[in-house]
Design a protein around this ligand. Structure first.
Ligand code: ADP
Ligand code: GLC
Length: 474
């Protein structure tokens, strides 16, 4: 079965967050299960494309309004990622370094989608399914079914996966002319709240939409930045499938990015060696518990609560634990965390920036991983942390709720709390410190965490079941 995954991110080509991890892994696991999954993404001028060989497989031009755009489809020559990787390159529009935040981002993603459709249409390809991820490819289902240009492909099934329902990619009707010729009686499908809303449009037009956890499917009807009613109306089309993790990359037994590799059997020694390496890099004592946070410093992740909550916890438990943060994002949050580090230099460190290798070392060398997210569609950090024997301290929301059971409950292994608040974080820290003092209990929990299976094998099969339910032959 031939599937195209369309995405703005894909690890290791270009990554900002978990979207990249998912799109870099799911197609690989699908291919191991006998499918022919490929990834199509915009061309970014960064390390991966500079260091790997690509061939041009298609060249043409298309129209974005009255602007003629020349584009190329480049294919990575060796399929080294476990799937065919195609990049859409449009000189002057899609050939820059960063993934997001250009003033003409709307034009970039519309052009990306049109170029993809032109390519498969003109080169006479007939995929069995197109799987779109987030709003950057949200117009594809609409264009497939309601643009005269692509009638040959109009019976192609589409799946739309929502990784983050807070971002819709909405733009004004003044940009309607950027779309190729469409059936004007269908423009209502593009609309939400008086604008063109690619996320809403995808939910309306796709055959099925999925969310990256079952709980998030429910939550979208309550909190989706204005689309709550749409998700309520369309819920019968929705399926929640929890993400997996790529165990080729995230495995403490083989991970080349950590100071000492370790198995479940050797977890006590391995965790300690990694903690010592991490603490020595940041001048922290390895003799007290280490609580860490990794992630984008944004409100959704509760990153605004970190500095106050940690200050309060440092005062409640002087000298009893250390805190490490690895992240970047909101400038105010960055400076609050740097200030916290200045006030508590022996207990706190803040690495402001993005560092993939350091993230691996933090998962391996920390005792606890804090995730006070307000919104967490799935969350991969807690899954990586479980695999590396680091106990997740999570707010009970979205995928965190679906993957972490509190250690006080039967079969539990993590710490859960209900509110994204300073108070709840401080209580979670106090519980963590009590648990840390009971070495036997903590070690038993570590073994349990490391033995859990959140690999893609299971979730990739769930996607196949979904494809099969559309009556497709695989
Ligand atoms: P989101 O996609 O919302 O950011 P996820 O938990 O799904 O959240 O995925 C985050 C991914 O990004 C993980 O792979 C995490 O390790 C990584 N990550 C986030 N911030 C950083 C950072 N500053 N440095 C390195 N890796 C990071
Ligand atoms: C989004 C979500 C995150 C999820 C990731 C991958 O970025 O914020 O919770 O894990 O996508 O699906």
């Amino acid at each position: 079965m031939r599937i195209f995954h369309l995405s703005a991110e894909c690890y290791p080509v270009a990554k900002v967050g978990g979207l990249a991890d998912v799109v870099g892994a799911l197609p690989k696991y699908q291919n191991l299960l006998g499918m022919q999954a490929a990834v199509v993404m915009p061309y970014y001028n960064r390390k991966f494309v500079q260091e790997n060989e690509f061939e041009t497989v298609f060249q043409s031009s298309t129209l974005l309004g009255i602007r003629r755009l020349y584009f190329e489809i480049l294919k990575e020559k060796t399929d080294k990622l476990g799937f065919e990787l195609y990049l859409v390159k449009i000189p002057g529009l899609i050939d820059r370094e960063n993934i997001y935040s250009y003033p003409d981002e709307t034009e970039q993603f519309i052009a990306f989608q049109i170029a993809f459709l032109d390519w498969i249409s003109y080169s006479q390809q007939k995929p069995d399914l197109i799987h779109c991820h987030d709003h950057h490819s949200g117009l594809v289902p609409f264009l497939l079914y309601h643009s005269k240009l692509y009638t040959r492909l109009a019976d192609t099934p589409t799946i739309f996966t929502i990784h983050n329902g807070q971002y819709h990619g909405a733009f004004g009707w003044d940009k309607l002319s950027y779309l190729p010729e469409i059936d004007l009686t269908k423009t209502g499908l593009l609309d939400w709240a008086g604008g063109i809303n690619p996320l809403a449009c995808a939910v309306k037009c796709c055959w099925r939409y999925t969310t990256v956890s079952p709980t998030y499917l429910e939550e979208l009807t309550i909190n989706s930045n204005g689309l709550e009613y749409l998700f309520y109306l369309e819920k019968a089309k929705g399926v929640g499938i929890i993400n997996g993790i790529d165990t080729d990359i995230w495995d403490p037994k083989t991970d080349l990015m950590i100071a000492e590799k370790f198995s479940i059997k050797m977890q006590a020694k391995g965790k300690q060696a990694n903690k010592e390496a991490l603490c020595s890099r940041f001048n922290l004592s390895p003799d007290v518990p280490l609580v860490s946070f990794i992630g984008r410093l944004v409100i959704e992740k509760g990153a605004d609560l970190l500095a106050t909550a940690m200050e309060q916890s440092f005062n409640e438990h002087p000298g009893k634990f250390n805190f490490l943060v690895l992240g970047a994002g909101d400038k105010e949050m960055e400076s609050e965390l740097l200030q916290l580090k200045d006030f508590y230099p022996d207990q706190c460190t803040a690495f402001i920036g993005y560092d993939e290798a350091l993230a691996h070392q933090v998962y391996a060398g920390s005792d606890f991983l804090l995730m006070p997210s307000r919104v967490e569609p799935c969350g991969l950090n807690q899954l990586y942390s479980l695999r590396y024997g680091t106990l997740p301290m999570v707010r009970s929301t979205g995928g965190l709720k679906d993957t972490v059971i509190d250690f006080g409950d039967e079969g539990g292994y993590g710490i859960r709390y209900n509110n994204a608040s300073v108070e709840d974080i401080c209580i979670a820290v106090s519980r963590a410190l009590v648990l840390y003092d009971n070495t036997k209990h903590l070690q038993a929990l570590r073994k349990l965490m490391m033995s859990l299976d959140f690999s893609w094998d299971r979730s990739a099969k769930e996607y196949i079941n979904l494809y099969e339910s559309l009556n497709l032959t695989i």
